[in-house]
Design a protein around this ligand. Structure first.
Ligand SMILES: O=C(O)CCC(=O)C(=O)O
Ligand SMILES: [Fe+2]
Length: 217
C-alpha cells in the first residue's frame, strides 16, 4: 500500500477511507506521525549530504523539491526450505529511501563486484538508501545501489519505506560545482515523473539502467 503525501493528514485520511469507509483516526494519526518523524530524518540526512558536497547554496531548493511517499509492504515466507524472490533487483528512482522492518531479514544489496550482501538491521535502526535522482543530482558522487528482497522460512516480513520523491515539473540537474574534467556530466537534466513514465515502458523495464537509457550523456 502506498500513500503519496504521507505527511499531509487529509491525504492520509482519504487513503484510509478506502480501507475503512467510516475512517480510522488512530491508523491515520499513526501514519502521519511516523511519516513526519521519518521525513525529518530524511531532511537531516539530505542536509548532511548537501553540506558535505559543499552545495549549501542549493539547500532550500533541494529540500523543497520533494514530497514524501510512504509504502507499507508485506512479504510472505515461502514456507519451504527454498529461498524465494520477494522483490526483484532494482535501484530506487527517488532521492532518498528510509526503510524500517520487523525482525524478518531479507533485504540484500549488490556490491561493486556484483555479489549480494544481506542487510541485518538491529531492531531500532533504519536503512538509508540513495536513489537515482540523488545519484544524478550529485553527478555520481553518491551511489544508488541495486537491492532486492529474498525470503526464507515461514515468517512474514513487514517493512515500511519513506521515499523522498521529486515533485512533477522539478528539473533534476547536477549543479555546475559537481561537473569538472574529472567528473563530466553523467545525465542530462530530467523531470522525475517523466523518467518514471519511461521506466514503466517495456524499454525502461528491459534496460540494465533505466536512468542511463533515459538521460545518460
Ligand atoms: O522491503 C524492503 O525492505 C525494500 C523495499 C524496496 O526496495 C522498495 O520498495 O523500493
Ligand atoms: Fe527499493
Amino acid at each position: 500500500m502506498g500513500i503519496d503525501d504521507a505527511t499531509i493528514a487529509e491525504e492520509v485520511e482519504s487513503m484510509t477511507r478506502i480501507l475503512w469507509p467510516q475512517g480510522n483516526q488512530n491508523f491515520s494519526n499513526t501514519i502521519v506521525s511516523f511519516s513526519e518523524q521519518v521525513s525529518e530524518l530524511d531532511h537531516i540526512v539530505r542536509r548532511m549530504i548537501v553540506e558535505s558536497l559543499g552545495l549549501e547554496k542549493y539547500l532550500d531548493e533541494h529540500m523543497n523539491c520533494t514530497n514524501h511517499l510512504l509504502r507499507v509492504m508485506k512479504y510472505k515466507g515461502p514456507e519451504t526450505t527454498e529461498t524465494k524472490l520477494g522483490l526483484s533487483s532494482h535501484t530506487d528512482k527517488n532521492m532518498v529511501t528510509i526503510l524500517y522492518q520487523n525482525q524478518v531479514d531479507g533485504l540484500e544489496l549488490q556490491t561493486k563486484d556484483g555479489s549480494w550482501i544481506d542487510l541485518k538491521p538491529t531492531p531500532d535502526s533504519f536503512v538509508v538508501m540513495i536513489g537515482d535522482s540523488l545519484y544524478a543530482w550529485a553527478n555520481g558522487r553518491l551511489h544508488s545501489p541495486y537491492h532486492r528482497v529474498m525470503m526464507r522460512g515461514n515468517a512474514a516480513r513487514y517493512s515500511v519505506g519513506l521515499f523522498s520523491v521529486p515533485k512533477a515539473g522539478y528539473i533534476i540537474k547536477a549543479p555546475e560545482e559537481m561537473i569538472d574534467e574529472e567528473h563530466p556530466l553523467l545525465f542530462k537534466p530530467f523531470d522525475h515523473v517523466q523518467f518514471l513514465g519511461f521506466y514503466y515502458t517495456e524499454a525502461g523495464q528491459r534496460a540494465p539502467s533505466a536512468l542511463k537509457s533515459y538521460c545518460g550523456v
